[in-house]
Ligand binder design. Structure first.
Ligand SMILES: Cc1cc2nc3c(=O)[nH]c(=O)nc-3n(C[C@H](O)[C@H](O)[C@H](O)COP(=O)(O)O)c2cc1C
Length: 142
């Protein structure tokens, strides 16, 4: 019997709280992510600011599982909560080993983040954020 999931990529979204947020820490995370993700055929986006990381990862399921298990243990952030665990035929960020972005105006205020609005996002809403985000990236490129 063929496994229909085999050709699909895995998509993971999580939210976490930065520990010691600074340009230096952010740069180290991004450089490490971009080098590792290229090797692992992983692409995605990291939305970040001092009170929030929101990361979308897509790629081969076993590689996503492995990287996510390392990310969860990383002491540069805490309170890692999985928001989405899905499968897809196509990538949203095929050109980005890890795209980094500040939180955009259309996203949330500091108060909303402090009140836990992002931690309570449903799977569908978390995906919608990155679908919208990937469209903005495409527009920017074209
Ligand atoms: C917010 C955040 C996002 C991260 N994203 C990635 C990522 O996309 N890919 C990755 O390989 N590591 C990522 N890391 C780093 C991992 O936690 C881990 O340090 C790294 O994968 C270890 O790589 P190594 O086994 O090559 O030393 C991230 C860490 C943090 C705190």
């Amino acid at each position: 019997m063929t496994n229909r999931n085999h050709s699909l990529i895995k998509q993971v979204i999580y939210v976490s709280t930065p520990v010691g947020f600074s340009d230096k820490i952010l740069d180290s995370i991004l450089i490490q992510s971009q080098v590792n993700n290229k090797k692992n055929e992983i692409t995605g986006a990291l939305i970040c600011r001092s009170d929030l990381y929101l990361q979308y990862l897509e790629g081969p399921a076993h590689k996503i599982d492995f990287v996510y298990s390392k990310i969860k243990l990383d002491n540069r952030h805490t309170d890692v909560i999985l928001l989405e665990d899905g499968r897809s035929k196509r990538r949203l960020f095929s050109n980005w080993a890890m795209k980094d972005d500040p939180v955009k105006d259309w996203m949330w205020s500091k108060d909303e983040v402090a009140d836990g609005a992002i931690r309570q996002l449903s799977e569908g809403d978390a995906m919608k954020i990155f679908i919208q985000h990937s469209r903005e990236v495409d527009q920017f490129l074209s």
